[in-house]
Design a protein around this ligand. Structure first.
Ligand code: HEC
Ligand code: HEC
Ligand code: HEC
Ligand code: HEC
Ligand code: HEC
Length: 200
């Protein structure tokens, strides 16, 4: 009803008549390959931009947890979170306003996301034009390149090893007896030496 009041739609009337609209009929949404309607803001741009000035209504310290999981789930719980880095860090997603404004400036929601290399440097960057979750080690010993995903050794984004949630750390604990990322060659085969930057 609030949406209809300010945007001239009739989502609520239609709902009472049995037609429930998907937001992405009108607002584009790359994660579901929905093109939306020309001239309307992408769903991510609309939702973050519109609510950015309304976050004062919430008491949560992490504003993002008003909609993303959450105070209990603790979506952001990896080694960066353990070191005090928040979702809103300028080298990560930035503020609500920033998530929206960057889309207006050309960022493709869901496809262009923060890069580990922004803080850790070029040897530790994700693959060009790829998300972290799809990227592979490409600067290691030759025959390893393109074979092993970043997440195999560092775990998923937001729960990067060593994670603050013990359940996330089961694999490294089984391997090493303590929470860590996969840092020893012996986790997979014999050998010693460097991984990142070794192949240059
Ligand atoms: C039938 C098309 C349609 C559907 C479906 C639709 N919207 Fe909208 N939405 C619009 C239009 C039109 C605007 C006004 C855009 C503008 O002013 O540029 C708008 C604006 C918005 C805004 C305000 C953006 C701003 O910055 O002022 C938000 C937030 C929003 N929509 C969220 C949603 C959500 C969430 C859903 C799903 C529950 C949804 N919309 C479904 C057409 C739609
Ligand atoms: C008012 C609810 C709301 C809040 C608060 C919110 N989000 Fe979102 N966010 C959404 C919704 C809804 C989507 C899904 C949009 C889509 O499907 O395209 C989303 C998607 C995203 C995405 C993926 C799309 C993109 O733009 O790349 C990112 C990143 C994101 N949010 C970051 C944040 C961050 C960082 C914060 C806190 C600063 C935050 N969100 C707070 C509702 C919210
Ligand atoms: C906003 C800056 C920032 C971003 C972006 C970032 N990190 Fe970090 N990261 C840090 C800081 C600060 C630490 C703690 C200090 C340190 O160990 O370097 C850290 C620690 C780590 C460690 C532990 C290093 C060690 O030797 O114990 C790993 C592994 C790591 N990050 C991986 C990642 C991965 C993978 C990504 C991308 C998904 C990423 N980081 C993105 C800032 C960042
Ligand atoms: C085969 C395991 C393995 C894979 C795959 C892997 N890494 Fe690493 N990563 C390591 C090891 C070991 C270190 C610590 C030694 C070093 O700094 O080179 C490390 C360190 C890091 C750090 C922390 C650097 C710091 O400042 O302390 C980041 C960030 C990182 N890797 C990102 C990535 C990204 C991004 C990818 C994929 C493009 C990736 N890693 C793939 C094993 C791996
Ligand atoms: C997560 C598992 C994993 C870890 C950890 C790992 N490797 Fe590998 N490594 C592989 C895989 C998989 C291959 C590719 C084997 C193939 O192509 O047959 C490989 C291949 C190699 C090769 C080429 C071997 C050959 O016979 O051609 C070298 C050299 C190598 N790794 C060095 C290292 C070093 C040094 C470390 C530790 C710093 C390390 N690896 C850690 C999985 C790993």
């Amino acid at each position: 009803m609030a949406h209809d009041g300010s945007n001239g739609t009739k989502l609520y009337t239609d709902l009472t008549q049995g037609k429930r609209h998907r937001c992405n009929e009108c607002h584009s949404d790359n994660v579901l390959n929905a093109p939306g309607k020309d001239g309307l803001p992408a769903l991510s741009q609309a939702i973050h931009g519109f609510h950015s000035s309304r976050m004062g209504m919430s008491k949560l310290a992490n504003q993002c947890y008003n909609c993303h999981p959450g105070e209990v789930t603790k979506c952001n719980r990896g080694v960066m979170a353990a070191n005090g880095i928040t979702c809103a860090d300028s080298k990560c997603h930035g503020s609500m306003e920033n998530v929206s404004q960057t889309i207006l400036n050309g960022r493709r929601p869901w496809l262009d996301e923060p890069d580990c290399g922004a803080c850790h440097g070029a040897d530790y960057a994700v693959n060009i034009g790829m998300l972290y979750r799809s990227s592979y080690l490409v600067n290691g010993p030759d025959d390893m390149n393109g074979e092993i995903k970043c997440i195999s050794c560092h775990n998923s984004a937001h729960s990067e090893w060593p994670s603050t949630l013990p359940l996330d750390n089961v694999i490294p604990v089984q391997l090493y007896g303590r929470p860590d990322f996969i840092r020893k060659c012996s986790a997979c085969h014999e050998g010693t030496g460097k991984l990142h930057g070794a192949g240059r």
